[in-house]
Design a protein around this ligand. Structure first.
Ligand SMILES: [Zn+2]
Length: 346
């Protein structure tokens, strides 16, 4: 999740769009069904991946640094091990691109991925599972970059970004593994670990230019799912809930299970516009972020204390299971969310 400063431009949307009407409509749409089995997502593997990404060795995975490249290379190995295919144009799951040198903050973080002084190299990690429908995509994504090295606090200067967003990145790897094991899906599944979310969303913006937004049926962007939500255990919330029927479809897909999805409880924070889903949402894609963190009171957000030890790994694993289950009908082609239609200026 990126800091809000740059996002509070041209705020014109009413803050409380969520209505009880939406919730009751949803409740009546839910029908009883046999309880689906929880998807097989191994907590030990979740712990291994998040611990690697948030290790001090990764030095906070700051975009525009060699540390982020090291994280990307690790993730490329995980995508391969998960059984994902490398999409056309990617270099072994690595999607390189460059942007003009940013005006602040880049000089102190080391390597630049081999680009020239005026252009800096960045890299996304991308994978796919081809489906029977080659022109309908379901995208699972998370940003893997974080904010790097900060002023030391109690001798610790590494902002490890365990929750933000090694947790979401771990989910993308585990969902890739889960869906790859299930064989050919109906819709084509895309997996992306984006760079530079914390520095202006460059990764998701570049990625979006490589696809036709009209072919993207849904985007599951996963942000900060390592701490339980205010709504209680086994719950997650969805940003921009009222902007499409995506959330209602997920709610229906987990009906009768121990998991629940809710609308984002912090509409004033405009989180829908503050993460990597925003670019594709502006192009009409039902592109939403799924999170669980009580972001209004979280003491570790963008601090050097964002360590794995502060997270609830059972909750994290359960949330990945919930997302796998919630995605079921969209992956199978049984459900298609309505498109997003944002007012100009958002
Ligand atoms: Zn962040």
């Amino acid at each position: 999740m990126s800091a809000p400063m740059s996002s509070f431009i041209r705020v014109t949307v009413p803050s409380a769009l969520l209505s009880s009407a939406v919730l009751s409509a949803c409740a009546s749409a839910q029908t009883a069904s046999t309880t689906p089995e929880a998807p097989r997502i191994e907590q030990a593997r979740v712990e291994q991946i998040i611990s690697t990404l948030a290790d001090d060795d990764m030095r906070g995975r700051s975009a525009f640094s060699a540390d982020a490249v090291r994280a990307a290379e690790y993730l490329a190995g995980e995508f391969a091990a998960a059984g994902l295919e490398s999409p056309e144009g990617a270099d072994g799951y690595l999607q390189w691109f460059s942007v003009p040198t940013p005006t602040r903050g880049a000089a102190n973080v080391g390597g630049n991925g081999g680009a020239s002084a005026s252009e800096q190299g960045l890299v996304n990690v991308v994978g796919m599972i081809p489906g029977r429908r080659s022109d309908e995509y379901v995208l699972f994504s998370a940003h893997y970059d974080h904010i790097g090295i900060r002023e030391p606090v109690a001798g610790d200067s590494i902002a490890n970004g365990a929750n933000d967003n090694a947790s979401g990145t771990t989910a993308v790897v585990m969902l890739g593994r889960y869906f790859a094991e299930r064989g050919t899906p109906e819709r084509t599944l895309l997996f992306a670990a984006f760079t530079a979310e914390e520095r202006g969303g460059f990764g998701s913006r570049y990625y979006s230019t490589q696809l036709d937004p009209d072919q993207i049926v849904a985007m599951f962007n996963i942000e900060m799912i390592g701490k339980p939500a205010v709504q209680g255990p086994n719950t997650a919330w969805i940003t921009g809930f009222e902007q499409s029927s995506f959330g209602l479809i997920l709610q229906e897909a987990v009906t009768g299970t121990e998991y629940e999805f809710y609308p984002d409880p912090y509409p004033d924070q405009r989180l829908f516009y503050r993460s990597d889903n925003a670019t594709l949402a502006r192009s009409g894609v039902p592109a939403h972020s799924i999170s669980t963190t009580p972001i209004d009171v979280d003491q570790d957000y963008h601090q050097v204390t964002d360590h794995v030890e502060t997270l609830d790994l059972e909750h994290l694993t359960n949330t990945i299971r919930a997302i796998a289950m919630g995605a079921e009908t969209i992956v199978s082609g049984a459900a298609t969310p309505t498109r997003v239609d944002l007012p100009d200026g958002n």
